[in-house]
Design a protein around this ligand. Structure first.
Ligand SMILES: [Zn+2]
Length: 188
């Protein structure tokens, strides 16, 4: 992402730094590389990322993939937020390789985001790919824009959830999922 190099030099000058001082000389280059990685999700498609990870299968027991680490950048401040995502679904003829859930979370995290939207996008992606009986996504995140500035609530975390199908219509299914995943971010 070489277009970022001159912008970063300007940014450094704007905050009162000297872009030419020794410690900062390679910074624009490093920033460009870091942002290329952190925004790689823009260039990816969910079907590509999942590849041949969808399988035909019997059974309709709840599958929960817990503690998927995510790292994203908030679109309001361009500062990081990060935490854990938990994804569950109840299959209907199709299942997804377990590692693919982390790939889907990465795809939507690696761009400028709000946590609410990642949660919804992951749920919709799983819904579209598998057409399951239900999908649930629960995310817990720490937002550095809150922790580092303004309100400075270092210990607060934000939770978001998206429920589809049986997770929405059946309170017992939803409760089973929530009791399995709630509080994992702060509980360890
Ligand atoms: Zn923010």
């Amino acid at each position: 992402m070489p277009g970022l190099n001159p912008l970063t030099r300007e940014w450094l000058a704007a905050i009162g730094e000297d872009p030419n001082r020794e410690g900062l000389q390679r910074t624009p280059h490093r920033v460009a590389k870091a942002w290329q990685f952190m925004t790689a999700g823009y260039g990816q498609d969910v079907r590509e990322v999942v590849g041949d990870g969808v399988f035909a299968a019997e059974g309709s027991e709840m599958v929960i993939v817990k503690d998927i680490e995510f790292y994203s950048m908030c679109e309001h401040h361009m500062l990081p937020f990060y935490g854990r995502a938990h994804v569950a679904y109840i299959p209907d003829r199709k299942i997804l390789g377990l590692s693919k859930f982390a790939r889907i979370v990465d795809l939507y995290s690696r761009r400028l985001q709000v946590q609410e939207r990642i949660t919804t996008q992951v749920a919709d992606a799983v819904q579209d790919l598998l057409e399951p009986k239900g999908v649930a996504v629960f995310m817990e995140g720490v937002h550095l824009c809150m922790a580092m500035r303004g309100v400075q609530k270092q210990n607060s975390s934000t939770t978001t959830s998206a429920m589809r199908g049986l997770f929405r219509s059946d309170p017992r299914t939803r409760a089973e999922f929530m009791s399995a995943v709630q509080g994992t971010l702060r509980g360890r």
